[in-house]
Design a protein around this ligand. Sequence first.
Ligand SMILES: [Fe+2]
Ligand SMILES: [Fe+2]
Length: 151
Amino acid sequence: MSSDRVIELLEKAYVDEMETVMNYQTNAIVLDGVRAEEIKDSLQQDIQEELTHAEQLGQRLKQLDARPPGSAEFTARQDSLQPPEDSTNVISVIRGVLDAEEDAIETYRELIDAAEDAGDPVTEDLAVTILADEEAHRTEFRGFEKEYQDE
Ligand SMILES: [Fe+2]
Ligand SMILES: [Fe+2]
């Protein structure tokens, strides 16, 4: 019913969501300044959504007789999303978020293809739903990026 590739991508997506939650949370705390408030609020909202994605992916893995990985199997990858030295450097966080969202979009596109190839419409449907959320996140932060670039 399901392929190794589907399991592998579900695990990757799960781990990526967890790393995203950690970095969004850290940056939402670290950023300073009146102008950072909107970004911080947006990150806080997205954290809840990313956490929901992780849970959905983990449940799907369980349904496929697999399981979500623990931290021992974790390798950090989000270099551009590390909290900036200067806590008012909002644009650095915005660009890091855009990298994370682009990366997620790529993973969910791959998962959609793999699930389709494997004849697994339930995983495919989940990946499509999450992909829509990630595209909405990207659109939101592209807007922020424009705002900060135009100064
Ligand atoms: Fe997500
Ligand atoms: Fe996202």
